[in-house]
Design a protein around this ligand. Structure first.
Ligand SMILES: Cc1cc2nc3c(=O)[nH]c(=O)nc-3n(C[C@H](O)[C@H](O)[C@H](O)COP(=O)(O)OP(=O)(O)OC[C@H]3O[C@@H](n4cnc5c(N)ncnc54)[C@H](O)[C@@H]3O)c2cc1C
Length: 408
């Protein structure tokens, strides 16, 4: 019988402690500055590259942890340090995963190293899917990719929005429509190599939180990329489109909104980010409650404060367990029959919003100022219920999985 354990291995503990050290010594002390500057923290990314945290090797090692806990542990520790800086460090990974998931070995070998650059010249990458009229409704995407057979080139045109690292990236991974009849089944992903003419940054957004992470529109005006930039290659795309057309004809598959469920396996990673932010705020609140004195005793002596902390910690632990379950399921190939990935992201992100608000309350007036980090953590936490599928979309995915019905 398989052994059940919730004990981390010595190796996992070692990695976790190493990451925690980097988060505590390098990320957290820089957090307030980069939040105010609202700029990509290049020197911190470079530090992460120097110690080996900003590299494909590092993520690959965590990804291949057979328990599935490598990635969530890494995310929790880095985002415990600071969400904006951590997203600047792991944002490239989102684009890299796009290439790993769909690219050929040659594409992986060519483009992923360019996404990270090297220690002396670090680069970032962007994953561009969302559009002004296609957020939750991915199937409404309009950016077109048209094949120019004579030149063996693809021509991309359209406007992407909300792209993390958009416009400042070396490599952009762009999702575009190759067959508008097929909804999200007619989408394909393309590499746009560094310096390609026609790609430009549109508006850079001024955000509520995670302000160290760059978020911008990406405008594509007749961007020509070689045929080899289609991820997976043309033969594979043609086969996939033919299959989708067959199914569309026979009506055997609902095409619209199919992409909503495709992130099931990656959502626990976002849940883990939320756990990191929630835990950071909870720890600040616990410490403050033990040291702040009112009415002649520490405020934690009041049940009204202590019980809040008890609830905060209980919810954080519950969120982590959901995240770990989903990550373990993804790694061990279990089927997400009840949308367990979405459950973990939904619960962890809502927990982060709630817990960071409670932390502000426990710190009183100080919690409301930028002298203390919980105000920033609360602003940062609001992103988790929005990106990688909003809380409403997670509920939709869960409800559909549970009922087997096309709940709308
Ligand atoms: C900081 C940041 C970084 C991002 N990074 C990236 C990135 O790197 N790459 C990328 O491609 N995208 C990125 N995104 C985009 C992100 O994934 C989208 O913002 C998200 O999917 C929601 O889309 P939307 O903003 O268009 O909201 P909308 O889809 O317009 O939703 C608005 C509201 O309506 C609700 N709603 C919509 N449909 C339904 C429904 N059927 N039932 C119930 N409620 C519904 C939503 O839940 C939400 O509350 C980022 C966004 C932000 C803010």
């Amino acid at each position: 019988m398989a052994e059940f354990t919730m004990e981390l291995s010595d190796e996992q503990k070692e990695v976790r402690d190493w990451l925690h050290g980097f988060a505590a010594e390098v990320i957290r002390p820089a957090a307030a500055e980069w939040d105010e500057r609202e700029e990509t923290p290049w020197p911190v990314i470079q530090e992460a590259a120097k110690v080996g945290i900003y590299s494909l090797d590092f993520y690959a090692q965590q990804f291949f942890d057979p328990t599935g806990l490598g990635i969530p542990m890494a995310m929790e520790e880095l985002f415990w340090g600071d969400a904006g800086i951590a997203l600047s460090i792991v944002g490239t990974g989102l684009a890299a995963v796009g290439v790993l998931a769909n690219g050929t070995e040659e594409q992986i070998g060519t483009w992923i190293p360019q996404m990270y650059g090297d220690v002396n010249d670090v680069k970032v990458a962007a994953f561009c899917s969302s559009e002004p009229d296609a957020g939750s409704d991915v199937a409404s995407m309009r950016t077109r990719a048209v094949y120019d057979e004579a030149k063996d080139e693809w021509v991309l045109s359209g406007t992407k929005t909300w792209a993390t690292n958009g416009g400042i990236a070396s490599v952009h991974v762009v999702v575009a429509v190759v067959d508008p009849e097929l909804g999200s089944k007619g989408h394909a992903s393309f590499i746009v190599p560094p310096g390609t003419p026609g790609l430009s940054q549109g508006q850079k957004f001024k955000k509520h939180g995670i302000r160290a992470s760059h978020t911008a529109e990406v405008v594509l005006e007749d961007v020509r990329v070689p045929g080899s930039c289609l991820l997976g290659g043309k033969d594979k795309l043609d086969e996939r489109l033919a299959r989708a057309r067959e199914r569309a004809k026979s009506g055997s598959e609902r095409l619209k909104n199919a992409a909503m469920a495709t992130f099931e396996a990656s959502r626990p990673a976002v849940g883990a980010m939320a756990v990191g932010t929630a835990r950071a705020a909870y720890e600040e609140a616990l410490e403050y409650a033990k040291t702040r004195t009112q009415f002649g005793r520490p405020i934690i002596d009041n049940q009204g404060v202590a019980f809040q902390l008890a609830d905060m910690r209980t919810q954080i632990d519950a969120a982590r367990l959901l995240v770990w379950r989903a990550s373990w399921m993804a790694t061990t190939g279990k089927k997400f029959e009840s949308a367990e990935g979405s459950m973990s992201k939904l619960f962890a992100s809502e927990t982060a919003k709630k817990v960071t608000a409670q932390a502000i309350q426990i710190l009183g007036g100080n919690g409301y100022t930028r002298e203390y980090p919980v105000e920033r953590m609360h602003r940062d936490a609001a992103i988790y219920t929005i990106f990688e599928g909003t809380s409403e979309i997670q509920r939709l995915v869960i409800a559909r999985a549970l009922s087997g019905l096309p709940i709308r």
